[in-house]
Write a protein that binds this ligand. Sequence first.
Ligand code: M6R
Length: 609
Amino acid sequence: MCGIVGYIGKKNAVDVILKGLKKLEYRGYDSAGIAVVVDKELYIRRSVGKLCNLSASLEKNPVNANIGIGHTRWATHGKPSEENAHPHMDPTKSIVIVHNGIIENYVELRAKLQIYGQEFKSETDTEVIAHLIKKHYKNNLLHATQKTLSEVRGSYALGIVCKDEPDKIICARRDAPLIIGVGKGENFIASDIPALLPYTRDMIFLENGDIAEITADKIIIKDIKDNIINREMKNIQWDAAQAEKDGYKHFMLKEIFEQPRTIEDTFRGRIYPDEGKVYIEEVKLKEEYIRNISNIYVVACGTAYYAGLVSRFLFENFSKIPTEVDIASEFRYREPILNEKTLVVIISQSGETADTLAALRLAKSKGCQTLAVCNVLGSSISREAMHVIYTHCGPEIGVASTKAFTGQLTALYIFALDLASKKGKLTNEELKKYLKELWEIPLKISEFLKNTESVQAIAKVFAHKRDFLYLGRYVNYPVALEGALKLKEISYIHAEGYAAGEMKHGPIALIDESMPIVAIVVESKVYEKTISNIEEAKARGGTIIVVANESDKEIRDKSDYIICVPKTDEFVSPIMTVIPLQLLAYYISVFLGCDVDQPRNLAKSVTVE
Ligand code: M6R
């Protein structure tokens, strides 16, 4: 997730772009850059770190221009550095672009260009687009862009400027947001509404496949085949605070609803279900090492630890590798049996959690191979781990982790499948089937999110309860733990997550008429067993709220409230079943009037022991 702003008109483009980027910093902040055209020359300025570094550099050496594009980066390909910061140029320095998204076939495209001797200055997937546009350029930037985009696979929001056509910005969109702000004698582009609100409330929301040519007085939208496209202009009434949250009341809610996209972004370019292929570019574990892995340790804290608990089922079922999962603050003080055949998987959204970082260092000191699943590029954990799989979720602002969890589950799922297939433990047909299951998840979550009324109604009924019990089994046991954690964190209600089969060994004593029990009972090999556990709880007077598959008729007699989710394969089901639990916690917190995004006593990143 990155932020893009572009301007053409009579104002100083630098001011408009910097102010706009400031509003988009929530989308990324590891580096920033700007490109403007003055007297048919391109001026580019880029800085590592937050936007203030770029602003300081521009204050020192000011530039004044009427056209420009800018970018604030949340890196996906290539570390945060000046070379990797946007904008990127073609080798002749005449075309410059900013990009938000992921180009899936950039390795292939770059290799083709390199055959003709083209040199690349960055490690990004983006630079290849600037090179391709130049290759196709015959005095018409729009046509060159259309040709380029017919060769590109992946997601993009693009802003493009050419020094030889200094009166226009070209922009394009596929699976990444892009808005045109319509002004009088000036026009704008941006990734999100807040960047443009100080200037205009008239906006055009580009759709997938749209390519627009924007001058100060005119906006023409076309498709790749040069057909004219008509898009309605909308007048935005939101205030600035609403706009930052995309119209949602809280960042947490926005982040819950972002999940279909963030999950897709995490597997995009890494899985090919039709061919049964997984390609995780950043992981360079040698085949011989993979064959000889003796055991896996997964280490993390909080929500990331629960993602780790799910991964144990994946590593053991798919790859047949013995796997242990530990809380980082425990792992670092016991004497884990580690050697060079142990793979240590470290999971952290922030990449800065002190205990998790210490666990990583311990594993390295024992000679283990270390692999991090991390959301923040350039963070300590991602820098120190030997291999990293980034979750491409963008900045998570709500303290309660939501989209990072499903991103972690996605990354771990594809890594476990990759490992299994490299070890020869999965046939190509099996791999195809499992990849297809993941591929379908974003759509299923989107379907579920279209109607959240049942969750809101349940939240209203139970918001004033003092205690909750969450039950799940097998791959959904960690989801029960995560559901309980979400409720505790943001509503301050006491909640316990339990393995449903373990309940009769103690916690069943807690159950009476006042105890709501949230149970995850989706299709899996433990379905019948979980039903029996629910019956035990119901027999003690507990009120049963189930997360179940839409098709499940049997569950209706055995529960008091049902939240229906689409059916999935059991191994991907945690990515689906956690969504209603995130929402339940959210709505309860709202009913209680709690501070959803910044709950008491908590910090987003725990950098102390
Ligand atoms: O940044 P990390 O993933 O390392 O953070 C780990 C935990 O602190 C984090 O998941 C915490 O439990 C969240 N607040 C949960 O919502």
